[in-house]
Design a protein. Structure first.
Length: 317
C-alpha cells in the first residue's frame, strides 16, 4: 500500500524529511500515527516509535511538537538517518471505566505491527525498531518488551501476524507494573507501602486503580477476573518468567516521590522505586540483558555513559 505524504511541521526546517500525517492503523479514528522518514536515506532505516503518557486517559501524539527540546531530538534522529513515529492509541474513561487498560496496550501492539507490516512502504528496517515512552507510555513499552513476540500467525488480519520484537526500549518515569497490590512487595517494600490503605484513604489512588481494571470497588480487585488481569499487567513477573528482555534505558528524577504521606506516595507512579524495581528484575532474572539507568535519588553517583537519546540512537543505527 502507498501512503501520501504531507508537508511536515515547520519546526522540521533544516532536515530532509518525508512526513506522513494521521495514518490510521486501527479501527478507531483515534488509532493514528505521524511518521517522519529521513528522505535522504538510501537503505531502510532504523525506527523509534514514541508512546505518549497521560495516565491512559489523555495525551496526544502531537504533544511533543510543542516542546523545543523534543523537536530538536527528533530532528537529530532524522539527521542520523533514523525514522521517528509518534502514535495515538485507545484511551480509557477517567471515571466509570468498565473494561480497563488492556485495549490501550493492544492498540499500541497493533501500531508496532502496522509499522512492521508496511515497513517497505516507509523505507523502515522492520528488524530495527525501538520504543520510547514516558509515564504510562513507558509502561506500555515495557509491557510489550517484557513478553515473547505477540504475533498471531493465524490471524485473518495479516498485520497482527507480525512479530513485536524490539532492539531496545527507553523508559522515562514509567511504571514497573500495573498490579497495584503487588507494589507492596515488588516496588515499595522498602517504604512499608500498603495499597489497600492507600486505596481506602485517597480518592486519586482509588480512581486510578478502578479505571486500570474497569472496576468500582476495592473488593473487586482481589477476585476474578481482576486477579488474572493484574497478572497480565505485571511486567516484573513477565521479566522473571521469560528471563530475557531487549536492552532497556531507565530515566527517573523524582526526589519528592519517595516517602509515604497519608498512606500514599505522592506521584508514586513516577518514583525512582519504579525504575529500581525494573532494574532489579532485569539484573536478577534476565542477567544477560542490558539495562542502563539514571535513578537520581537512589543512585546519585551513577552517571550513565550516554544520554537516553544518544543511547537509543546507537541502538537503532
Amino acid at each position: 500500500m502507498r501512503y501520501l505524504n504531507t508537508p511536515p511541521p515547520s519546526w522540521t526546517n533544516g532536515v530532509n524529511v518525508t512526513f506522513y500525517s494521521n495514518i490510521q492503523y486501527g479501527e478507531s479514528n483515534i488509532n493514528n500515527m505521524d511518521i517522519f522518514i529521513p528522505s535522504d536515506a538510501v537503505t531502510p532505516t532504523g525506527c523509534i516509535i514514541n508512546i505518549h503518557g497521560g495516565s491512559f486517559i489523555y495525551g496526544d501524539k502531537s504533544d511533543i511538537y510543542d516542546d523545543a527540546g523534543k523537536q530538536a531530538v527528533i530532528k537529530e534522529y532524522l539527521r542520523q538517518g533514523i525514522a521517528y513515529v509518534t502514535i495515538n492509541y485507545t484511551l480509557v474513561q477517567q471515571f466509570n471505566e468498565t473494561v480497563g487498560i488492556m485495549p490501550c496496550m493492544d492498540s499500541c501492539v497493533l501500531a508496532l505491527q502496522f509499522i512492521k507490516f508496511y515497513a517497505d512502504s516507509f523505507n523502515i528496517n522492520k528488524a530495527n525498531i525501538a520504543l520510547n515512552g514516558g509515564s504510562s507510555g513507558g509502561g506500555i513499552a515495557l509491557w510489550i518488551a517484557a513478553q515473547p513476540s505477540l504475533a498471531d500467525p493465524s490471524n485473518a488480519n495479516h498485520i497482527k501476524r507480525e512479530d513485536t520484537d524490539l532492539v531496545a526500549i527507553t523508559l522515562y518515569i514509567a511504571q514497573a507494573s500495573y498490579d497495584f497490590p503487588g507494589w507492596d512487595s515488588e516496588v515499595f517494600s522498602a517504604l512499608g507501602y500498603n495499597f489497600s490503605a492507600d486505596y481506602e484513604t485517597n480518592q486519586g489512588t482509588a480512581d486510578g486503580a478502578n479505571r486500570t481494571y474497569g472496576v468500582s470497588t476495592l473488593d473487586e480487585i482481589s477476585v476474578e477476573p481482576t486477579v488474572s488481569l493484574r497478572a497480565e499487567l505485571n511486567m516484573l513477573t513477565m521479566i522473571q518468567t521469560n528471563a530475557a528482555i531487549c536492552p532497556v534505558y531507565l530515566k527517573y528524577n523524582s526526589p519528592n516521590y519517595n516517602e509515604i504521606v497519608n498512606n500514599t506516595i505522592i506521584n508514586g507512579v513516577h518514583s525512582d522505586y519504579q525504575g529500581e524495581a525494573i532494574r532489579l528484575a532485569i539484573s536478577t532474572y534476565a542477567p544477560g540483558s542490558e539495562v542502563e539507568y539514571l535513578l537520581q535519588t537512589l543512585y546519585p553517583d551513577h552517571v550513565p555513559a550516554s544520554t537516553l537519546e544518544a543511547w537509543l540512537a546507537q541502538k537503532v543505527t
